[in-house]
Design a protein around this ligand. Structure first.
Ligand SMILES: *[C@@H]1O[C@H](CO)[C@@H](O)[C@H](O)[C@H]1NC(C)=O
Ligand SMILES: *[C@@H]1O[C@H](CO)[C@@H](O)[C@H](O)[C@H]1NC(C)=O
Length: 210
């Protein structure tokens, strides 16, 4: 009886320890990530943009979600057969400050600055590889980095054996950075639409009343 509960307590401690794995356990990083961008159909591999002010930066690659722009992540690190790598985005310091829901946590599984809970790709082979990612419609207009985590085969809770992060950042631009003439046109329709409807209902009420 006593032994069983002791065992259970120890098991509990084990899973607690695993759940609390911190980034320091996968440092220094042994994966390097290189980002290429396909923007408006043109693919480039620019020098990493590390210093930026989103309002004035000239080096920050800007991706538009409606345009279907994509990012190709090439990664390189030590191959460990059986293990896999996952890729996720991370918000930059500027895009996570004062936002509790994007808060950094040294405990990997608790980190919200990097979207550890929902990698956009899992199950890639360790070693060398690449993945082309097209950010989805729910991507917030923010500045980002890409993070790689190597997942230990069969680990539950998930444990990590290695990490890597893109040196450079990129930006997802909001829909309102579309051409101004287009937004003006949409604005006109949005203003005229309700007026037309209101007019129609008034007309109906006055003239079509039985
Ligand atoms: C990758 O890095 C981690 C942390 O530095 C280290 O423990 C691990 O052994 C490295 N993996 C390989 C295959 O070198
Ligand atoms: C982001 O903030 C962290 C913690 O304050 C700091 O260690 C890191 O150097 C910052 N990164 C950049 C690129 O400024």
């Amino acid at each position: 009886m006593l032994r069983a509960s002791l065992l259970l307590a120890l098991l509990g401690l084990c899973s607690l320890a695993a759940a609390q794995q911190t980034y320091s356990s996968v440092q220094p990083s042994n994966y390097t990530l290189t980002l290429s961008f396909t923007l408006d159909g043109v693919t480039t591999t620019p020098a990493p943009c590390t210093q930026f002010d989103p309002s004035t930066s000239t080096c920050l690659p800007q991706g538009s979600v409606p345009d279907g722009d994509s990012i190709t992540i090439a990664y390189s690190g030590p191959a460990t057969p059986g293990n896999t790598v996952s890729l996720m985005f991370c918000y930059s310091n500027t895009s996570s400050v004062n936002r509790a829901w994007r808060k950094y946590n040294a405990v990997i599984s608790e980190d919200k600055k990097c979207n550890v809970a929902k990698p956009f790709k899992t199950g890639l082979p360790t070693g060398e590889g690449s993945f082309k990612w097209t950010p989805g419609p729910n991507s917030a207009p923010s500045t980002y980095q890409i993070q790689l985590l190597e997942v230990v085969a069969g680990s539950d809770p998930t444990t990590y054996a290695a990490s890597g992060k893109s040196e450079g950042y990129y930006q997802i631009i909001p829909i309102d950075s579309r051409p101004t003439w287009l937004m003006a046109l949409v604005g006109v329709f949005c203003t005229v639409g309700p007026i037309t409807l209101a007019g129609f209902f008034t007309y109906e009420k006055i003239y079509k009343k039985d």
